[in-house]
Design a protein around this ligand. Structure first.
Ligand code: SF4
Length: 319
């Protein structure tokens, strides 16, 4: 009698060598019947816990090992420019500490969330590639403004050329445009799309894009938001505005002037209970637990001493 194993062996042999000379079509009917018989008593309710084990400690060990490797040989570099991504940064003290090379007292960021942001950016880039508008990614910019001691530097996420069938508010072909992509979470996941957009667009993000437009002499660009919890998207058309640019320069100028003096006090209105000092998870089982914090949190709010690696950086009189 032909066993199921015989049938499998024969099928494998035929897959390798082609059908045997004595090919018999009824062979396949026989095989299907045998397979059906073999599957008749297959169980539907196999308990996963008999062969699947959650590996909490192993995952934590993998994360820790990757983090350690990623930090090998890294040093705090002297800050030699204003970063475009810090346009309108909320805390003057944090800017001062960063320029002076303050060694973080806390490690409150999430590499995973940062990595998700990069994945989302790639997703947006892929879409512009498919639309035929893609030019290139990650263009470095530098602005030397006569009102500042330090240059402004940054990296544009994406450059595209416009297509009036897609860029409905632009209605031009081949205009060079910068795109800044921001991944964000869902502030109002329980109450809908409009609530998610309530805080958008953010002034600091418009500022960042404005600096890219200024550096490249572009008239317009897009600020794209991507909600990483629900994959919602929206984008804003930003037209270059010189007055807005000047207000960013004034902000950077305030930072530079602070570098001539001692560590600034904690700004008024910042209380150590919310952003930019600390932020919390909305997950019901993590209520009250920080989801991230400023790298100098313990220095400001628990009086931990701070070490400045570049205390003289930026000191002296403004130009
Ligand atoms: S902890 Fe808060 S006050 Fe202190 S530097 Fe950071 S953001 Fe500023």
């Amino acid at each position: 009698m032909t066993s199921l194993d015989d049938i499998r062996k024969k099928a494998e042999e035929e897959a390798r060598n082609g059908p045997s000379p004595s090919f018999d079509p009824s062979f396949y009917d026989t095989r299907q019947k045998a397979e059906a018989e073999a599957l008749a008593d297959a169980e539907d309710d196999i308990d996963l816990s008999t062969f699947v084990v959650e590996d909490i400690a192993g995952q934590a060990a993998l994360d820790a090992a990757a983090k350690k490797k990623a930090g090998i040989g890294k040093r705090t570099r002297r800050k030699t420019s204003h970063w475009a991504s810090r346009a309108f940064a909320a805390c003057l003290r944090q800017e001062w500490l960063t320029f002076k090379g303050a060694v973080p007292t806390d490690n409150g960021g999430s590499d995973e969330i940062f990595g998700m942001g990069e994945d989302i950016e790639q997703r947006v880039v892929d879409k512009y590639i498919l639309s035929g508008q893609f030019i290139r990614t990650q263009d470095y910019i530098e602005i030397i403004d006569p009102g500042l001691r330090f240059p402004i530097t940054g990296k544009i996420d994406l450059l595209i050329h416009s297509n009036k069938d897609i860029d409905l508010l632009v209605q031009e072909d081949d205009e060079l445009m910068a795109v800044e992509v921001k991944s964000c979470k869902d502030f109002g996941e329980d109450r809908g799309y409009d609530l998610w957009k309530k805080y958008l667009p953010k002034r600091e993000h418009v500022g960042q894009l404005t600096l890219y437009l200024k550096a490249l002499g572009l008239a317009r660009g897009y600020l794209t938001y991507f909600n990483r919890q629900r994959a919602l998207r929206t984008r804003y058309l930003v037209t270059y505005n010189e007055a807005f640019y000047r207000s960013i320069i004034r902000h950077y100028r305030t930072v530079e002037e602070s570098l001539d003096g001692p560590e600034p006090d904690i700004p008024r209105g910042i209380n150590g209970k919310r952003f930019p000092c600390i932020w919390f998870s909305r997950a019901p089982d993590k209520k009250g637990q920080p989801a991230g914090m400023c790298p100098f949190f313990s220095h400001c709010w628990a009086e931990h001493p701070i070490t400045l690696e570049n205390p003289g950086n930026g000191g002296g009189k403004s130009a």
